[in-house]
Design a protein around this ligand. Sequence first.
Ligand SMILES: Cc1cc2nc3c(=O)[nH]c(=O)nc-3n(C[C@H](O)[C@H](O)[C@H](O)COP(=O)(O)OP(=O)(O)OC[C@H]3O[C@@H](n4cnc5c(N)ncnc54)[C@H](O)[C@@H]3O)c2cc1C
Length: 508
Amino acid sequence: MGDMTNPDVVIIGAGHNGLVAGIVLARAGLAVTVVEANPKRAGGALGSEEGTLPGYIHDVGAAFFPFARASPAFLDLDLEAAGLRWHNMPVESCHPGPDGSFACIKRGVEGAGELFDDPHDAEAWADLVRWHAKIERPLLDLLLRPFPTLGPVFSLLPFDLFRLLRIMLSSGRGLAERMFRGPAARRVLPGLALHVDVGPDDTFGAALGYMLGLTATTGGYCIPEGGAQKIADTLVLLLERHGGKVVLGQRVKRIIVDGRRAAGVELSDGQQLRANKAVFANTGAPALFLDLIARQHMPGRVVRAMERFPRGWGTFKVDWALSKPVPWAVEHARQAAVVHAGDSLDDLSRFTNQVRGGDLPDNPYLVIGQQSLGDPTRTPDQGHTLWAYSRVPPTVEGGWKAHAEAFGDQIDARIEGLAPGFLQCVTGRRVVSPHDLEDMDANLVGGDLGGGSNAWNRQLLFRPVFPYFRYRTPVKGLYLCSSYAHPGAGVHGMCGYNAAAIALRDLA
Ligand SMILES: Cc1cc2nc3c(=O)[nH]c(=O)nc-3n(C[C@H](O)[C@H](O)[C@H](O)COP(=O)(O)OP(=O)(O)OC[C@H]3O[C@@H](n4cnc5c(N)ncnc54)[C@H](O)[C@@H]3O)c2cc1C
């Protein structure tokens, strides 16, 4: 067995998927070293730092964790036993309109529809929530475990399978218009799908909104006490408990291949780190297949697929320090973990078309997070933090430097429209452009937060490229374990967890 300087496994990248893979491998007795480019912290797009006023903690990327209590990886690793504390807010997600209309997602079956402003839609939502509570476990196993995992299908009744298929085959708009009659309820699920690059009119687009909306009714959009970084730090702690190690501030520039087998990595300062058994890449798929491995080890078909790899959209993020909570006109939003700005299905479609067309959206759809409402440790005084992002083209004419503050002002204005008086509460603001996100984490190319496109034809068998959808790659002993692999974006740890399970099977 190797040791920490002569490890069995080298993992490139200490994103949460790399860390989860590392823990599973180290727990199985392998010596694991994780090499991370960021000089300050592990976690990649899962982390937090000061950014506005001293002592104000802002999440740098992921902030709300619907899979925290349901992902098989997190259930297995038991982060709570290692000291992590989750908090929920009374309302998980509020979808207010400028006309005062609203629909809100709450946790639990009891009173599930009570915060929908239309009685018909309240009952339709409550019915969906009741049904989802019954099928969530097999559904999550079906979607999160290595594909294909057919066992969970057999625990679903034919009626459940039919209902599920009907949802999954719909567009976001199709499902919303079939189920609901009011504009508020109709904007909920298609709005959630815009967390990634799935618009209301996209083929088979309903699945993503469904998953994000309905998992909020079980585990909720919970947050870790102290900031998202606490999740990453807890994973590092668990890795170290099993003898693994994270090396910060080292970028891997090349994977060493000996006799068609991954044998280690070369760092940007020229040092080499040999791996006795395997190399894991918590990197982008194109970065792995085009940049980190010499071309002679890659089939031409994979190279060509990676050269035209479809990226997700860019992400533009803003952090604020506030003197008091946001004074939302819709009262329920004042108790919500997340507030979504998107007025109607047509508003969301228009936004989608503008971003796809390469234009800065003129009425930016927003995911707005109110972490400090549920976790007062995020600020040193009575103040509050606010976090929001919109989806944007990865690049804009004239460059992001020229547009970032003005686009930040547009986002301010949209929140002010839903919460008159908001601007008077702002005591600090930081804008984060797609380029800033990529500078922080090389996987977020052009601000793409989804590990590439999350369209239906980029999932399951096709993620990241057929036939390498089960974490193995054309090079023996080399595994892809980032969100570019199945099941994709989000903090669930399953890309790393599944990749480690498959590698352990190969090594047995
Ligand atoms: C603004 C934003 C908001 C989000 N909101 C949510 C949310 O609320 N909830 C949710 O579940 N998800 C959210 N996400 C998505 C989620 O953060 C990601 O899907 C997830 O963090 C991806 O994890 P990962 O481990 O695959 O990769 P990453 O977190 O991207 O980590 C990859 C790591 O690898 C390192 N790396 C890459 N290349 C190299 C190299 N050559 N050498 C060394 N190190 C390298 C990087 O520095 C990085 O640390 C959000 C993302 C963003 C950007």
